[in-house]
Design a protein around this ligand. Structure first.
Ligand code: CS2
Length: 500
């Protein structure tokens, strides 16, 4: 058995080695165009669709991927070489790895190089849904005011040159305009990013952009395009090099970008589609009238829980989330954050037992076979924390609830942004579009202990709360003296830490 490159032609030979798509991929039409084909899309939505395509009745629901950014060049190249096939490796806690070849992405357009091809595909009558994973930062809004950021030079460019767009807003607008002109029904825009009310946000941002460009189109989009909110979930670490090696050594397969993920998968979608939807309910996807409670629960417990472990974990010197969970002090701190600061504001959620949900999160985070790097979790914290964590702190300030666990994360984040080293003086590689700005503000600490909090679009009005500042001041004072994360976590966990 020789080494085989993963591609369509080799699929039948690979079939004896691994699970593979049994459907006729050539007969699959791309009813979904997905913008932002990253690891998460490939472990989650593309996996659901892959299962759906096993039934030939669903062959109108394949996926065409689109990459808008320079960073998408590599995935464009890999997918082209592999006829858009890739291996999904599901990593179980007991060490078992399940490998399957996924075939639901049937085409990929690198729009950076061929924008017109991408526009035509978006405008094609076969395209019924345009789904997005463009990250929390991709929606181009000011996190504090929630308003669309017209100062972004790429947005200015797109307003001026609608036929050579660079941003998602430019592409969607031009494609929708074509559809309107040709009498083709509008597509649904389905956001799959970790933002509460992601569909409403996508709608607000797109409409703000279109309004500047074309009033008639604005009205048409407002009435014709639906933007369902959705809650998506599957932990998908950055693919380690060892996965490429595993496929090569164990299965004699060359796949230059496989995806690894946990076994857990969930998708809850608001049932609001303007141009039809795939029968995903057959695979356990929940179509519900209101996603709000589910998305709030997931973002404030799972995503915030990740940051509560990840940022202090980076400073303490833990490399992965499972290493944080093996550390009793971290695990108990995170649970107290979830129980004392988040849970009181979640209310009752239909069909969910919150204690079970939190227990399952602990198990998922602790999966030793996943090795989700804290660097991934800490990446783009400037876009994540205003969505994941700060709303919880704000709510507790309003209600007089506990705030100390959440504030600790912000205090450590200031130290992390300023010093950029862990407690052993090892350099921390920060991945954040705003890392220089974060550093500039944080490093004023000696002159102004609240300097970091003055990035107003991130921290909002936290500076106005004396109660908040008292905690923050006490915590940063301790950390900057000696960043002993364990000690401070233990102190904060005690009932009598800082009597107000
Ligand atoms: C993570 C998410 O990026 C993060 O900080 O919390 O990517 C998380 O793993 C996914 O949302 C899980 O569904």
């Amino acid at each position: 058995m020789g080494l085989l490159q993963l591609n369509q032609q080799n699929l039948s030979s690979i079939a004896s080695r691994l699970a593979y798509p049994k459907y006729d991929r050539k007969a699959v039409k791309a009813g979904i165009v997905h913008i932002g084909v990253g690891g998460f899309h490939r472990s989650h939505q593309a996996y659901y669709i892959h299962q759906l395509l096993e039934d030939s009745q669903n062959s109108n629901w394949g996926i065409c991927g689109i990459g808008l950014r320079e960073e998408d060049r590599t995935i464009a190249k890999v997918l082209k070489e592999q006829d858009c096939l890739y291996t999904l490796i599901t990593q179980h806690a007991d060490g078992k790895d399940i490998c399957e070849i996924i075939g639901s992405i049937v085409d990929y357009i690198f729009a950076k190089e061929t924008p017109l091809q991408a526009i035509d595909r978006l405008a094609h009558p076969d395209t019924k849904i345009v789904s997005l994973t463009i990250t929390e930062g991709g929606y181009n809004f000011n996190p504090n005011t929630g308003d669309f950021d017209f100062d972004n030079p790429d947005i200015q460019h797109d307003l001026r040159y609608p036929n050579e767009p660079k941003t998602v807003f430019g592409f969607l607008t031009t494609a929708l305009k074509k559809r309107k002109e040709k009498g083709i029904p509008a597509f649904t825009i389905l956001s799959c990013d970790n933002i509460q009310h992601n569909g409403d946000v996508a709608r607000k941002m797109l409409l703000s952009f279109v309004k500047q460009q074309d009033q008639t189109l604005f009205k048409w989009i407002k009435h014709e395009v639906s933007f369902p909110n959705s809650m998506v979930d599957r932990i998908t670490p950055v693919t380690p090099k060892s996965s490429v090696a595993l496929l090569k050594n164990k299965h004699q397969l060359i796949d230059n970008w496989p995806i690894v993920c946990e076994p857990y998968i969930q998708w809850v979608i608001e049932d609001n589609f303007s141009n039809g939807k795939p029968p995903l309910e057959k695979l356990g996807v929940q179509f519900v009238p209101d996603v709000t409670p589910y998305e709030k629960m997931k973002i404030r417990l799972l995503n915030a829980g990740h940051s509560v472990l990840g940022i202090p974990g980076a400073v303490h010197g833990h490399a992965t989330i499972n290493a944080c969970m093996e550390d009793e002090i971290f695990a108990s701190f995170m649970r107290k954050f979830m129980d004392n600061e988040v849970t009181p504001h979640l209310g009752k959620i239909e069909g969910i037992d919150l204690a079970d949900y939190k227990n399952s999160l602990e198990k998922r985070f602790a999966n030793p076979n996943i090795k989700d790097g804290v660097s991934r979790i800490c990446s783009e914290s400037s876009a994540k924390l205003p969505k994941f964590l700060i709303p919880t702190i704000q709510k507790n300030l309003d209600t007089g609830g506990s705030i100390k666990y959440g504030i600790f994360v912000l205090a450590v984040w200031s130290y992390y942004s300023y010093k950029r080293v862990d407690i052993n003086k090892n350099k921390i590689e920060i991945i954040d579009e705003r890392k220089e700005e974060l550093h500039q503000f944080a490093k004023q600490y000696e002159q102004d202990e609240f300097s970091f909090l003055r990035i107003s679009d991130i921290f909002g009005n936290l500076l106005e709360s004396e109660r908040f500042l008292n905690y923050y001041s006490k915590m940063t004072e301790t950390i900057y003296k000696k960043p002993d994360i364990h000690n401070l976590m233990t102190l904060i966990g005690q009932e009598n830490y800082f009597v107000e």
